[in-house]
Design a protein around this ligand. Structure first.
Ligand code: BTN
Length: 267
């Protein structure tokens, strides 16, 4: 089974990429607690290698940001985590969620075709017309080796009626947008190849990512209340800074940069 899915993932890849993602880098699980937890545990015990990937059909303890639950119907979506080795340049680490949004969003847009444009909701959701299509959870392990565990939940073949009623107006899937099923493994292959090609280079050479994110900035112009640490800031979202920060206009001409936030409320 793992071999079959792996060969679907790498179908069409050039030889150079193939050698960096051999079958023993890939695990496919019918069920797990959380693919992020699986890779975090391996990273903490020193048992992880660059581009290790865990994908699951179902998670019993899937996690979103701020400890939210991430629930998904078995077998319909992509639920996976990827291990990326971190270099010493810590100031580049906050750029990772944006790099991920760019790689995942570009792969999805190439399936959707030119009539569609996704929205990037700072710091790391992908939406279509305000409805969530994908969530990204980046977690860092510092020792024994620094790694980022990049977890992605992407709604691929999910039907709207399979969502809980409260999520139906605010979530969507590729299936709902184009009306037919997509190959989850082909899509995963596009995403993994994106990381193999662009990580870590595009975290330093960040212009391409910003060029993609800025015109898709979902929050731009909206009035927000943002909690960062213990402090709340209120103001209008005024775009994305050069390092991927949220720019917030808090008063006449006062622009602050928010690097990370625990809560964002739209007013
Ligand atoms: C969010 O929107 O808050 C982020 C959601 C991230 C969900 C993915 S699913 C695969 C991986 N494993 C998890 O437990 N979470 C991430």
């Amino acid at each position: 089974m793992v071999e079959r899915i792996h060969s679907e993932i790498v179908r069409g890849w050039p030889e150079a990429d193939l050698s960096r993602f051999p079958v023993d880098r890939f695990r496919h699980l019918e069920e797990t607690g959380s693919t992020n937890d699986d890779l975090l545990a391996r990273a903490r015990s020193g048992g992880v290698s660059p581009y290790d990937l865990v994908a699951a059909e179902f998670q019993t303890r899937g996690r979103g940001r701020r400890g939210d639950r991430w629930e998904a119907t078995p077998g319909r979506n992509l639920l996976f985590s990827l291990a990326l080795p971190l270099g010493g340049e810590r100031h580049l680490w906050p750029r990772l969620p944006h790099l991920t949004a760019w790689i995942v969003g570009s792969a999805v847009e190439s399936i959707l075709g030119p009539g569609y444009r996704l929205q990037a909701k700072w710091p790391n959701d992908l939406l279509h017309e305000g409805r969530k299509l994908a969530g990204i959870l980046v977690e860092i392990v510092l020792a024994p080796e620094p790694y980022a565990i990049v977890g992605i939940g992407l709604n691929v073949n999910l039907r709207e009626e399979e969502l809980p009623p409260d999520l139906q107006p605010i979530a969507t899937s590729l299936y709902e947008l184009i009306g037919c099923e997509s190959s989850r493994w082909f899509l995963l292959g596009q995403i993994v190849q994106g990381f193999l090609r662009h990580y870590p280079e595009k975290t330093a050479d960040f212009g391409t990512v910003l060029e993609w994110i800025r015109p898709r900035d979902f929050l731009a112009g909206q009035r927000l209340s943002v909690r960062s640490g213990r402090d709340w800031f209120a103001g209008y979202a005024r775009g994305i800074g050069d390092d991927g920060e949220l720019l917030l206009e808090t008063g006449a001409g006062d622009l602050i940069t928010i690097v990370s936030a625990e809560e964002i409320r739209r007013e």
